[in-house]
Design a protein around this ligand. Structure first.
Ligand code: ADP
Ligand code: MG
Ligand code: ZN
Length: 509
C-alpha cells in the first residue's frame, strides 16, 4: 500500500487525545476508545507508520473495527476501516475470512480488502472505509423505491458470493453497509462464512470444527462435528458443552420421525455425535411435552451463530445440510422488515422462540411440513395460521386497521403460559431443548417496536400522506411475491439470489 505515515495527534489537558481532522474539525474520543486505540498501536506497531487511528466504529464479540486515516504517496488522505480480530481467532478462520474478501470482494457490492497486518496473534484487516447509516436510523424514512434498490443490491452481493460457493451465514443489515447519499452498498463480515461442498474458497474447506463455525450440538449430524476443535480454553468449554449432549435417538428409538434427507447428508463424514450423556433416558420423545430430563439439559451454546432473528428454519432446527439458501432467507427477513417498517422484525433470544415467531408469520402447519422435508419433526402447542404478507406489512405500517384477529402478534416469552411455543424439534437424533423462555424479551409488534411509524405528534392523515409520497400506497404485488419466495420455509424450493434478481420486481433494473 502506497502510504506514508501521518500523526497529527496531541494529548489534551484532560488526557484525551485531540485529533485534528484535516485541520478543520477537532473531535474527542471517549477515554476507553482512546485506550483501545493505544492498545492497538502497541500490539500491531506497524499500524502507526501508516495510519492515524481516529475512532472505533464497530465492536463485536470477535473483532473491533476502527477508522484510520492514511496519507497516500500522492498526498491524498484516505480513510480505511481497520478490523482487529480477537487474538484467539483460529488462524484458518482468519485466513478464510481474508480469502473471501480477496477472492470475492471489491466488486458486486462486496467489500474488498486493501491490506492485512499481523504481529504475533494480532491481525488487522484493512478495508476501504465506507460511510454508512444503521438501518434502524433510516428505516422510517425509506421510500418503497429505496427499499427495492436496497434489496436488489443485497441480492446482487449474495449472487456473487454464492457463485464462489461462499455461505455468508450472518446476513443482516449490520453486515450490509449502506451509504444512502451515494447509493453505495457493501457486504462485509465473512467471519462466519462457510463453504458449499464445491466452494472455490480453498480455506473454507478447512474450516470444520473451528471457532465461529456453529458448534456440533446434540442431535446434530453436522459436518463440523467430526474434527476436534483446537484446544483454547474457550473452545474446550464449548466442547464440554456439546459433549454433554444427548445420545442420538437412533441408538434408542426407531427413527420413525425421520423424514427424507437430502443425499448430501448421508456422507460418511457426517456421523452422528456419539453419546456422552450416560444414564439419562428421555421420556418425551415424540410427545408434545418436554420432560424433566430435557428441561435440565444445558442449552446449546454456539459462540457466534449469527443472529436468531435472521436465521432460516433449517438453521434453527439444526439441519445438517445447510446451503446458500440460508442467506436468501435472511435477505427475506430484511425485506419483511423494510416492507413493514419494523426493525428488527423477529427478535428472539433462542432458536425455538425464533422458530415460533416464524410460524406466527408463515404458519405452523407450513413450517412443520417444511421441516419434515428436511428431516426435522417440529411440535407446536397450537396451530398458527399463515398470514397474508401484504395485509401484515400494511397493518404494521399503520395503513390498515389492526383488529386483534388480523395480525397475530409475535409470541413473547415473558407472557404467561398460554403463549404459543414451539415445543420441540426432533429428528432421529433429537435436538429438543427446554422451552423455558424465562428472562427473554422480544417486541410485540404493535406495542414495543423500535420504529413505530405513528408518533403522537403526527396526525394519522399527515403520516399517511407522507407515507404515500414515499410510495407506500402503491407497493406492487411483485414485492410481496418476492418476499414470499425469499421466505420459502423449504430451502430446497426457496428462490436463489440469481433467480431473485430476475424477478419481475426488478424488471427495469
Ligand atoms: P464483526 O465480525 O465484529 O461483526 P464486521 O466486519 O461486521 O465485524 O464489522 C463490524 C462493524 O464495523 C460493521 O457493522 C460496520 O459498522 C463497521 N465496518 C466494518 N467494515 C467496514 C468498512 N469497510 N467500512 C466502514 N465500516 C465498516
Ligand atoms: Mg458483523
Ligand atoms: Zn425429553
Amino acid at each position: 500500500m502506497e502510504v506514508t505515515p501521518v500523526c497529527t495527534e496531541r494529548i489534551g489537558t484532560d488526557g484525551c487525545i485531540i485529533r485534528s481532522d484535516r485541520g478543520h474539525r477537532r473531535s474527542k474520543v471517549p477515554r476507553d476508545v482512546e485506550m483501545d486505540i493505544e492498545f492497538l498501536y502497541k500490539v500491531v506497531p506497524q499500524l502507526a507508520k501508516v495510519f492515524r487511528i481516529i475512532d472505533k466504529i464497530g465492536e463485536g464479540t470477535f473483532s473491533s473495527v476502527y477508522l484510520g486515516e492514511a496519507q497516500m504517496r500522492d498526498g491524498r488522505r484516505e480513510m480505511f476501516a481497520l478490523k482487529h480480530l480477537i487474538p484467539t481467532s483460529h488462524p484458518t478462520r482468519i485466513a478464510a475470512e481474508l480469502q473471501c474478501l480477496t477472492v470475492a470482494g471489491g466488486k458486486e457490492n462486496v467489500m474488498g480488502v486493501t491490506y492485512c497486518f499481523r504481529k504475533d496473534d494480532h491481525v488487522v484487516i484493512v478495508m476501504p472505509y465506507m460511510e454508512h447509516r444503521a438501518i434502524v436510523e433510516i428505516i422510517s424514512s425509506m421510500s418503497f423505491e429505496e427499499v427495492r434498490l436496497y434489496i436488489y443490491h443485497l441480492l446482487k452481493a449474495l449472487r456473487h458470493v454464492h457463485q464462489f460457493g461462499i455461505i455468508h451465514r450472518d446476513i443482516k443489515p449490520n453486515n450490509f453497509l449502506y451509504n444512502r447519499s451515494h447509493k453505495l452498498y457493501a457486504l462485509v463480515d465473512f467471519g462466519l462464512a462457510q463453504g458449499t461442498v464445491d466452494t472455490q474458497i480453498e480455506l473454507l474447506k478447512d474450516l470444520t470444527g473451528l471457532r465461529r463455525v456453529p458448534r456440533p450440538v446434540f442431535g446434530e449430524r453436522n459436518l463440523n462435528s467430526c474434527t476436534p476443535a483446537p484446544s483454547t480454553t474457550k473452545q474446550a468449554a464449548i466442547k464440554t458443552e456439546s459433549g454433554k449432549t444427548e445420545e442420538p435417538a437412533s441408538r434408542r428409538y426407531p427413527s420413525a420421525s425421520r423424514g427424507p434427507l437430502p443425499a448430501r447428508s448421508q456422507s460418511s463424514s457426517q456421523k452422528p455425535q456419539r453419546a456422552v450423556h450416560q444414564g439419562l433416558t428421555c421420556n418425551c420423545y415424540q410427545t408434545d411435552r418436554v420432560c424433566n430430563i430435557c428441561l435440565s439439559r444445558k442449552q446449546q451454546v454456539a459462540p457466534r451463530a449469527g443472529t436468531p432473528g435472521f436465521r432460516a428454519p433449517e438453521v434453527l432446527t439444526k439441519c445438517p445440510n445447510q446451503g446458500t439458501a440460508i442467506d436468501v432467507w435472511s435477505a427475506g427477513v430484511i425485506l419483511l422488515s423494510l416492507l413493514s417498517g419494523r426493525y428488527p422484525f423477529f427478535k428472539a433470544s433462542d432458536d425455538l422462540l425464533a422458530l415460533t415467531q416464524i410460524m406466527t408469520i408463515r404458519g405452523s402447519r407450513e413450517t412443520i411440513q417444511a421441516a419434515k422435508a428436511f428431516g426435522k419433526a417440529v411440535v407446536c402447542s397450537r396451530e398458527l395460521p399463515r398470514q397474508d404478507l401484504r395485509t401484515l406489512c400494511e397493518t404494521l405500517r399503520g395503513r390498515r386497521p389492526s383488529p386483534d384477529d388480523e395480525v397475530t402478534p409475535l409470541p413473547e416469552a415473558n407472557k404467561d403460559s398460554t403463549a404459543t411455543r414451539c415445543h420441540k424439534i426432533q429428528d432421529d437424533t433429537p435436538t429438543h431443548r427446554p422451552a423455558n423462555g424465562a428472562g427473554q424479551t422480544f417486541p410485540n409488534h404493535r406495542e414495543h417496536s423500535q420504529s413505530t411509524p405513528l408518533t403522537k405528534q403526527d396526525s394519522e392523515s399527515d403520516y399517511k400522506v407522507e407515507e404515500d409520497e414515499r410510495g407506500w400506497d402503491s407497493v406492487p404485488d411483485e414485492a410481496y411475491d418476492l418476499l414470499d419466495r425469499l421466505l420459502d420455509l423449504n430451502p430446497a424450493t426457496r428462490i436463489t439470489a440469481a433467480q431473485a434478481l430476475q424477478h419481475p420486481l426488478f424488471a427495469d433494473l
